[in-house]
Design a protein. Structure first.
Length: 239
């Protein structure tokens, strides 16, 4: 992957192949990426606003940013709201400032600031490396190549669930929230994720787990195994 990325100057990410909304890799006309190896471009790279960010951070106007000016920039609400990667990097600024200040002058000039933003942007991905993302991207590519859609890829987060043992689970379901327009997301109750825990979450988890099985045979087999476990208990002789 690193060797492939190095062949294209347009590839500015270290965490995967930078792709457009059709999942086509930037710099290529025939390479597509999905799942863990893909980073979807969303237009929120800090390097795109290099001059504006540098000017906003340079409070004293001397053309150099000290540690306090950098920290102030990365912790401003308008900045970290638009660029979530800024808030993450702010926590590392104290330790990494000497590496950012390459010439050891005690301040960061615009060239060093550019390298900093490229480094911050390069490590970030906007979608989690989960099967849910990879599955949706795979289905999208199949539909796109079959001529069933011309729209760009848009991730729909159904939520996160985990079985934690002893007939209990935890779930964070965001399906209702994600059906709302962006302007309405975040409103009380309707625009918030639904949190489930305990036995109820375990029942929901099992229904969804069965639904995700590829074939009816698998669904019946998994359901039968669960029923057998409820009646006879777990077979601990195999552990």
């Amino acid at each position: 992957m690193e060797d492939l990325i190095a062949q294209f100057p347009e590839q500015t990410k270290r965490s995967g192949m930078l792709v457009d909304t059709s999942l086509l890799a930037y710099g290529s006309d025939n390479i597509y990426a999905a799942g863990d190896c893909a980073v979807l471009y969303t237009g929120n790279a800090m390097i795109d606003d290099l001059g504006g960010l540098f000017k906003a951070a340079d409070d004293d106007g001397n053309g150099v940013l000290d540690k306090e000016e950098l920290l102030d920039l990365f912790t401003q609400e308008p900045v970290y709201t638009k660029y979530p990667q800024a808030a993450i990097f702010a926590s590392k600024l104290d330790e990494d400032f000497d590496e950012i200040d390459v010439d050891g002058s005690g301040g960061v000039d615009q060239g060093e600031f550019k390298r900093l933003l490229l480094d911050v942007d390069a490590t970030m991905r906007n979608l989690p490396p989960t099967a849910q993302v990879a599955g949706q991207q795979g289905s999208f590519l199949a539909a796109r190549w079959n001529g069933e859609t011309t729209k760009g890829f848009k991730y729909f987060h159904k939520g996160s669930m985990a079985y934690i043992g002893q007939d209990k689970a935890a779930a964070q379901i965001g399906m209702l929230k994600n059906l709302l327009p962006d302007a309405l997301q975040g409103i009380p109750l309707v625009g918030e994720d639904i949190i489930l825990t305990g036995k109820l979450a375990e029942v929901v988890w099992k229904f969804l787990y069965l639904d995700m099985q590829i074939s009816n045979r698998n669904k019946l087999q998994v359901g039968f195994d669960w029923t057998k476990q409820i009646i006879f208990g777990r077979d601990t002789s195999r552990f």
